[in-house]
Design a protein. Sequence first.
Lengths: 489, 119
Amino acid sequence: MVNPVFLIIAPLSLAFAIPLFGIISKKIIKFIPPIAFGFNLIVSLALIPHVLRNPIIVSIGGWSPPFCINLVAGPVGILFSAIIALGGLLVSVYAMDYMEKVAIEKYHILYILLLTGATGVVLTGDIFNLFVFFEILCISSYALVACSGNKQGIESAVKYLIQGSVGSSLMLIAIALLYGLFGTLNMADIARNINSVSSMELFVPLVLFITGLGVEAAIFPLNAWLPDAHSSAPAPVSAVLSGIAIEVGIYAVARIVFTVFGASSIFLFLALLGILTLIVGEMSAFAQNNIKRMLAYSSIGQIGLILFALGIGTFYGVSGGLFQIVSHSLAKTLLFLAAGYMIYRAGSMEISDFEGMGKKMPLTSLSFTIGVFSLIGLPPFAGFSSKFLIIYAGLAKQEIVFIVLIALVLFSTVIEGAYFFKLIQVLYFKGKSERVVVKDAPLSALLPMFALVAIITLIGIYPNAVINILNAGALELLNRVDYIRSVLG
Amino acid sequence: MDFLHNYIYYFGAFGLIFIGLYIILAKSNLIKVIIGLSIMETGVNLLLIAIGYIKGGTAPIFSRPEIKAVNMVDPVPQALVLTAIVIGVAVLALALSLAIRLYGHYGTLNLRMIREQKW
């Protein structure tokens, strides 16, 4: 068994070794990120059978958990680190040819750092390291949004940076208040003692945490940066920001609310916030003419759906939320990657310029269409199973408010279907029908897209492949006593 | 008077945080907004230090018997503040370099004038 700490050490050291490799040869730099995340993917998949039996607790420095920095590789952590490594591997293969023009060395360093920060967030067991890894993720994503250096990129990076750093400061205030109350930063230790403090004193840190993390997770009133940042970044960066970074934000919200605070009284609030985010995101996406902005708003909507599922707060709800994170991450990464080369060939982001793309770039368009079908929730793709599980969980709750909310979820799925089918219609059925020169995306881009299509279809046809780890993850989030016991012994 | 004496650092910390937040929300010059971010971070750091402060406290060194264990100061908040300061410096440097690039593109730092992208 490999120690989970290597999931952080290996990419981090490779990231800072990139300038050294650059001295030897500029050509080998682009092979470093696939190596780093290939390693992470193999380690994460190899650890899954172990964590399904027992969570792995790594204590750094040889002290016992409340006094040391520790990593908790439970089912949720390993599930997320596998998603991050898979996305990171495929997107870095795509970026080999796509990212030729920008400063390659800096791009690859920041890219690995972003995903290392994400892996750190999902594996760490104390709130201050959560903050530190979150800052690694955020700072590298501000820089990556700006890395193209054009007008839009710089403008959205500035917006993202201001909002993101206010969010981080709020989170640090919450950490300071919790430290003042409990004298410890270990999540399990705080969770064990949380009932010894009156709920009035916990309210302010909880609100600050949700607000601070909500900026990165793009929960409704805090998501003004997302459409700009995701649409003006280069395609591989949009793919990891949309497919991984915001999911990690949602993970952090879930970990704080479920495990640390055990705040079952705000689940309904989270569900309402999720529905609000979902409807606002989908309505705004419907009005867009720019394909990347449409995808970015659709990400906001999907984040709302995930938050709603977590807010249901039952076993099937949380499991469905985690499933939706998996299927959204795969589908949105695929959509941004496919859109990247379609925009490159069309020379524009306007949807009206994509007429006849289905004939000009048949393979890319096919991958894009499958991503769209999965996102809307058509069988037999992964999105169907996850949405089905969420709706089942909401109805099984048998409360009138949840039935109304489920109706709103279905309504927003209709909106989602409307704008995505409009896009598919432009791709295949609009424009002149004469034969044109076929020039599809290069192999290094088609390979990751087909891999994502295969995984989406596989999970859609056989959801039991992932349901074990999702159920174990839902149990880990809902059963805080087991989490505390496994960390503190 | 005693109340003020005990809580003066908390007042200072939250005062700085709110001053910083006000500058971020109200000012339109990017450099001023960045200064606001910096003030807010300073406030948060002061809050962390204030939580760990003990009057007349000593360092937690066990090997020297002349240091009494009674007034020992927990070193964790100070370690946190060191980390937070380093992170703050990184954000500040990135923000200022972005401000230079933004000025190069638009010829202004007034954020009200820069509205290429909106909802």
